[in-house]
Write a protein that binds this ligand. Structure first.
Ligand SMILES: *Cc1c(COP(=O)(O)O)cnc(C)c1O
Length: 391
């Protein structure tokens, strides 16, 4: 049996009539950049995510960059983030000649560990080692929110901004002290990505900034068009961070389906759990399953399973074996950010963030999408059982 890592075809088949009508109407309008389609998406997305303002931009990466530009991040400024994320999180910091300060993850959630964050800030303050620290970028990795109450408390104590990287976690919910919050709505700003592999995906690149701060929203809208105040007059330096109308149109067709798709992801995750429990592989300590820490805490989207991440013994051999049997898997992420060549100048060493490094050696992402079938999942778990038969 063949199980692709991601099957976008199935989703397209289900909605292609609606998509074609929408694309046709945009072709008829001949308005391709920003405009009414993007504005409509911004209103719908702000309401969906529970924020006052949403600003459509060219990608998740550009959303991070334009936020940091809007916060007036300067060369030498320091921003804390996780070493276990997609490159863009730290890349955006470094592109402004600011300094990524890494903080290790919680091994159960793969998200920033608030206790280690507290320790880093306390020590940084005492030793003046991190003196120019301006903010924190927590990442809601794999579709589950970081522990935001604790992170927000620390940000308050130290007077730091929070920029949430919710590229993998659109619609994920967090049971905060102040009630249920959606990913990207809790910090000064949050970002989304609509890259084709993400849970809400465009037919190309796209991203969004979320915020409750009107002044910040206005500034980002200007930075999105080179910093223009009025036509051909510039008070600040921005870039071309615009979202295309065609992408916005596609996303508007898909947004009403998102909750249903996320439910199906949760169902698929539950099937994996039942199958793996029955396999005995967990008791034999061959694999461990992802932990949904907010399950039964009064939130529906406690985990949106952007990825279904397990830890596995002999991970690399397992992956090769699964490939032979037609099952595609991916390692997110094989090398933590502090050990990337381009960040050598930051001076981090191997061993400095043991949990991120351990995760990089052990994690494996299994195929998960709303349309994956129980037969495909059963086949995958059967392959696991065959692989670990002799252990
Ligand atoms: C995908 C992703 C981004 C970047 O989004 P793009 O739209 O691909 O630029 C940033 N952060 C994380 C955690 C991501 O997964």
């Amino acid at each position: 049996m063949k199980v692709p890592f991601l099957d976008l075809q199935a989703q397209f088949m289900a909605i292609k009539e609606e998509i074609r009508i929408k694309i046709d109407s945009i072709l008829e309008s001949q308005r391709f950049v920003l405009g009414p389609e993007v504005e409509a998406l911004e209103r719908e997305m702000a309401s969906f995510c529970g924020v006052k303002r949403a600003i459509g931009v060219s990608s998740g990466t550009d959303a991070l960059l334009v936020c940091l530009m809007a916060f007036d991040i300067k060369p030498g400024d320091e921003i804390i983030t996780t070493p276990f994320s997609f490159f863009a999180t730290a890349g955006a910091i470094a592109r402004l000649q600011a300094r990524p300060i890494f903080c290790d993850i919680d091994p159960l959630t793969y998200n920033l560990d608030p206790n280690k964050l507290a320790y880093l800030l306390e020590k940084g303050k005492r030793t003046k080692k991190i003196a120019r620290i301006k903010g924190i970028i927590p990442v809601h990795l794999f579709g589950q929110c970081a522990d935001m109450d604790k992170i927000l408390d620390l940000a308050n104590t130290y007077n730091l901004f929070i920029l949430e990287d919710a590229a993998q976690a659109i619609a994920a919910e967090y049971p905060s002290k102040k009630g249920v919050k959606k990913a990207g709505s809790m910090g000064l700003a949050g970002i989304l990505s609509f890259y084709p592999t993400k849970n809400l995906n465009a037919y190309g690149d796209g991203g969004m900034v979320l915020t409750n701060n009107d002044r910040l929203a206005e500034k980002i809208m200007r930075l999105r068009v080179h910093g223009e105040r009025k036509r051909y007059f510039y008070d600040m330096i921005g870039g071309n961070f615009r979202l295309d109308a065609l992408q916005a149109g596609v996303l508007r067709v898909k947004l009403p389906y998102l909750n249903l798709w996320l439910e199906k992801r949760q169902e698929a995750a539950a099937r994996y759990e039942a199958l793996f429990q029955a396999s005995g592989l967990i008791e034999r300590k061959m694999i461990s399953l992802p932990l949904a820490v907010y399950k039964n805490k009064g939130v529906k989207n406690y985990h949106t399973y952007h990825q279904f991440i397990i830890r596995a013994k002999k991970r690399n051999q397992l992956q090769a074996y699964l490939k032979e049997r037609g099952v595609e898997t991916v390692v997110y992420y094989p090398r933590p950010l502090h050990l990337q060549k381009c960040f050598e100048y930051l001076g981090y060493r191997k061993g400095e963030f043991p949990e991120a490094e351990k995760a990089a050696r052990e994690v494996l992402a299994l195929p998960i999408y709303p349309e994956i079938t129980p037969e495909q999942q059963k086949y995958i778990v059967d392959c696991f059982e065959d692989f670990y038969k002799k252990d």
